[in-house]
Ligand binder design. Structure first.
Ligand code: FEO
Length: 174
C-alpha cells in the first residue's frame, strides 16, 4: 500500500489528468468550430493521451492496494482569441503538469518508495516531450501569423496525428 501523502498526490494527479483531457477536448472543439480540423485532431489525440495517463494512474493506485478517489472535474473556462492563444495555454498547462510530476517524484524519493519513483519517471520523461511539442507548434503558429495558406498547411500536417495508447490496460479482459 502507498503511504498516505503519496496516494493523495497520485489521486490528485489522476484527477488532474482527467482535467487535462477535458481542457484539450475543449480546445479541440474551439479549433473544429473555427475550421481547423487538423488542429482539432491534434488536440483530440492529446485529450485521449491525457485520459490514458489518468487510467495508468488509476491502475497503479489499484495495483498498490489503494482506492482511486474521484473528485469533481472543473469545467474548462478558457476563452480563446486564436490558435496562438490555444497553444500558449497548452504550453503553460504542460508546465504546470511538469511541476506537479516533479513534486510527486521528490515525494516518492523522500518516502523511499522506489516503485512509485520508477512509475513517475515515465512522466518525468514524457513531460519533456509534452512541453517541446506544445512549444514547437506555438512557435510555428506565431511565425505563421495571419498567413492563412501556411496555417492551412500546418492544419493538414496536424491532421495526421493518431492516438497510440502507451499503456495497454492490465485490467482489460481482452
Ligand atoms: Fe498527462 Fe500532458 O500530461
Amino acid at each position: 500500500m502507498l503511504k498516505e501523502n503519496l496516494s493523495n498526490a497520485l489521486n490528485r494527479q489522476f484527477n488532474f489528468e482527467l482535467y487535462s483531457s477535458y481542457i484539450y477536448l475543449h480546445m479541440s472543439a474551439y479549433c473544429d468550430r473555427n475550421g481547423l480540423k487538423g488542429f482539432a485532431n491534434w488536440l483530440n489525440v492529446q485529450a485521449q493521451e491525457e485520459l490514458a495517463h489518468a487510467m495508468h494512474m488509476y491502475e497503479y493506485l489499484l495495483e498498490r492496494g489503494n482506492l482511486p478517489v474521484f473528485a469533481d472535474i472543473k469545467a474548462p473556462d478558457f476563452k480563446y482569441n486564436n490558435v496562438i492563444d490555444v497553444f500558449e495555454k497548452t504550453l503553460s498547462h504542460e508546465q504546470i503538469v511538469t511541476g506537479r510530476i516533479n513534486e510527486i517524484a521528490t515525494m516518492a524519493l523522500k518516502e523511499n518508495d522506489h516503485s512509485s519513483y520508477m512509475f513517475i519517471q515515465w512522466y518525468v520523461n514524457e513531460q519533456v516531450e509534452e512541453e517541446a511539442n506544445a512549444d514547437i507548434i506555438l512557435q510555428q503558429v506565431k511565425q505563421i501569423g495571419e498567413n492563412t495558406s501556411m496555417l492551412y498547411a500546418l492544419d493538414k500536417e496536424l491532421s495526421t496525428r493518431v492516438f497510440i495508447n502507451p499503456f495497454p490496460s492490465k485490467l482489460s479482459t481482452n
